[in-house]
Design a protein around this ligand. Structure first.
Ligand code: ADP
Length: 579
């Protein structure tokens, strides 16, 4: 709880003036709630004593109407302001969360699913916001009502007050002890909810594939299992609530019973007036809501503590890949040397690439081939510094890559992955993600080099055509060429095509690569490919098998003796499938 408040305290401090105002309004609202009962009591006593004049009646009746009216207006003011604070806080928390996700390294995305990360940014974040809004409101307002009502009751008669409400604190204490178990159920529910979100997300994302394979029923069953689990875990919470929640009503009935019985006796013995008894009983009635709300606050807070832990589990994460204080800028390079590089994914048991040593020189076009799963992508993605390598070094002009700014390396590299991530924006905007301030000339050159020009003519609105989520409105080849144009627009020092032309035919692939090589003769191109025709003109070809380099050479050299490359090449030109 303390931790959770520390986490939103900066916001309360920042907005303290507004908080003071809404706090005062809340206290006023709670005190004003007690006034009509007092007026009613006075009116009854004056009626009983036959001293109620018409003017006095009008004054008292007006009081009964005006106080609720004033409360209504104050309520509007209060809710407007507290909601504004709530929105501001959740916006801030969400912004921090998203910025932090960008800072974290790839290991986080290995550990947490998308659904889990989303539920932390929605459900958990909302709960955390409630701490600085709803919870504060519940505590201040209800304590205000409780204290006001009890003070008024004591002023009527202390003994009657003690007799009527003595059992309340004990019963609440006991009930809350019982409810501690619910916290456990809530924790489980959070996890189940995250799993369900993930499953639903996957179903929505994969809806086309699911349909194409006729797997609707199968997918539905899996989603249903996730939803059923969610309902089941929620059900446990509800069951608990329905058994222990209403118990307090019984306690309350008992308090009323004592109040009426003992109160009537006091009226008869002239210790209090009938009007005071009515006022007193109304105050007993006023205690119920605040007591329930305050005892529930503990549950809400328990819930919030879990959300706080979940939200800050991500926020407190420090990326393992980060710039150290003296990290150097990097704008260009002459050579990049991989020296005995091995790399193991964070949650894997064995390294994927082992003892890799090779050099990338500026201006070279390098081909990388090898069986699927050999580690080609893993090897080349080390230049993006998504993870720290497990052993060995990568040196850029003699400087360890770990001593260079990550952003500098990202600027150096234009990476086109196998899975093309396109955004729900126009074609042009998708290209401009590569370089937001690119000139028209630069965009056109990128489009031309990526062989995307002919596609623009076919698209309904040319470069203004909206690309659907995940590039749905474009063909596979168009998506790939668009992604290449995006990487090319910044004219990167190193262009990496990671099997990114698999959806175009061999001839087009070879043509695109040949024109890239020519246009970018000063720069470096790294081409991971399945088709040998794509790498045939490379300055050097690296053959990677099972995470190690088994051969290096030009196409001609590699074909000059018996090896995996030659064997696969011959198979491929015969039309057999690649291993
Ligand atoms: P290639 O590009 O040659 O097909 P990859 O580099 O994609 O090979 O994959 C090499 C191996 O690393 C594969 O066994 C793959 O399952 C594993 N791998 C790839 N990405 C991850 C990851 N994010 N976490 C764990 N293992 C991975």
């Amino acid at each position: 709880m303390k931790n959770a408040y520390q986490h939103v305290w900066w916001f309360i401090k920042q907005e303290y003036k507004k908080y003071i105002v809404v706090g005062i309004v809340l206290v006023m609202l709670s005190i004003m709630l007690a006034i009509p009962a007092k007026i009613l009591g006075v009116a009854i006593d004056e009626i009983v004593a036959s001293t109620l004049t018409p003017i006095r009646l009008v004054v008292l009746a007006l009081g009964l109407f005006l106080f609720p009216l004033a409360r209504y207006l104050l309520n509007i003011f209060y809710h407007y302001n507290i909601n504004q604070l709530g929105h501001k806080l959740s916006f801030n928390l969400r912004e921090n969360y998203i910025n932090h996700l960008f800072e974290l390294d790839a290991a986080v995305y290995e550990k947490y699913t998308k659904g889990d990360l989303i539920s932390r940014a929605t459900n958990d974040l909302q709960n955390l916001t409630a701490l600085a809004t709803n919870v504060l409101q519940t505590v201040v307002f209800n304590f205000g009502v409780l204290i006001t009502a009890i003070v008024m009751m004591v002023m009527i008669n202390p003994l009657l007050t003690l007799a009527s409400i003595i059992i309340m604190p004990f019963s609440i204490f006991w009930l809350n002890k019982k409810r501690a178990k619910k916290r456990e159920y809530y924790k489980i529910h959070h996890e189940v909810y995250g799993d369900m979100t993930e499953k639903v997300l996957e179903s929505i994302e994969g809806v086309k594939a699911v349909r194409a394979y006729g797997q609707e029923e199968n997918d539905f069953q899996k989603t249903k299992v996730a939803i059923d689990k969610d309902i089941e875990s929620w059900w446990k919470i509800l069951k608990f609530e329905s058994i222990y929640g209403p118990l307090f009503e019984l306690v309350y009935a008992f308090c009323y019973f004592v109040g009426i019985a003992f109160g009537s006796y006091m009226v008869i013995t002239s210790q209090i007036t009938p009007g005071e008894l009515v006022t007193f009983l109304i105050y007993v009635g006023m205690l119920y809501g605040p007591l329930i709300a305050l005892s529930n606050v503990l549950n809400t807070v328990n819930n919030i503590i879990i959300s706080d832990q979940r939200y800050f589990e991500i926020m407190d994460m420090v990326p393992s890949v980060k710039d150290h204080e003296e990290a150097k800028e990097v704008f260009d390079f002459k050579s990049i040397e991989f020296k005995n590089v091995s790399f193991q994914y964070p949650f894997d048991s064995a390294p994927v690439i082992k003892n890799i040593t090779f050099t990338i020189n500026k201006g070279e076009t390098i081909g990388i081939v090898g069986p699927t799963g050999a580690g080609k992508s893993t090897l080349i993605r080390q230049l993006l510094r998504e993870f720290n390598i497990t052993s060995g070094t990568i040196e850029v002009d003699g400087v360890n890559i770990n001593d260079l700014k990550i952003e500098g390396m990202h600027d150096l590299v234009g990476y086109v992955p196998q899975d093309h991530i396109l955004f729900r924006r126009s074609v042009d905007d998708n290209i401009l993600i590569g370089k937001p301030n690119a000139t028209i000339q630069e965009v056109n050159t990128a489009i031309m080099l990526a062989d995307f020009k002919k596609d623009l003519k076919e698209l309904p609105d040319g470069s203004e055509t909206m690309v659907a989520e995940l590039g749905g409105s474009l063909s596979g080849g168009q998506r790939q060429r668009l992604s290449i144009a995006r990487a090319l627009v910044k004219n990167p020092k190193i262009l990496i095509l990671d099997d990114s032309l698999s959806a175009v035919d061999a001839m087009t692939e070879a043509n695109i690569i040949a024109s890239l090589k020519e246009a970018r003769s000063e720069e470096t191109n790294i081409i991971v490919a399945h088709r040998f025709s794509a790498v045939a003109k490379a300055d050097k070809i690296i053959v990677l098998q099972n995470g190690t380099i088994t051969d290096v050479g030009t196409h001609t050299k590699l074909l000059s003796y018996d090896n995996w490359y030659k064997m696969q090449y011959l198979k491929q030109i015969k039309g057999d499938t690649y291993e």
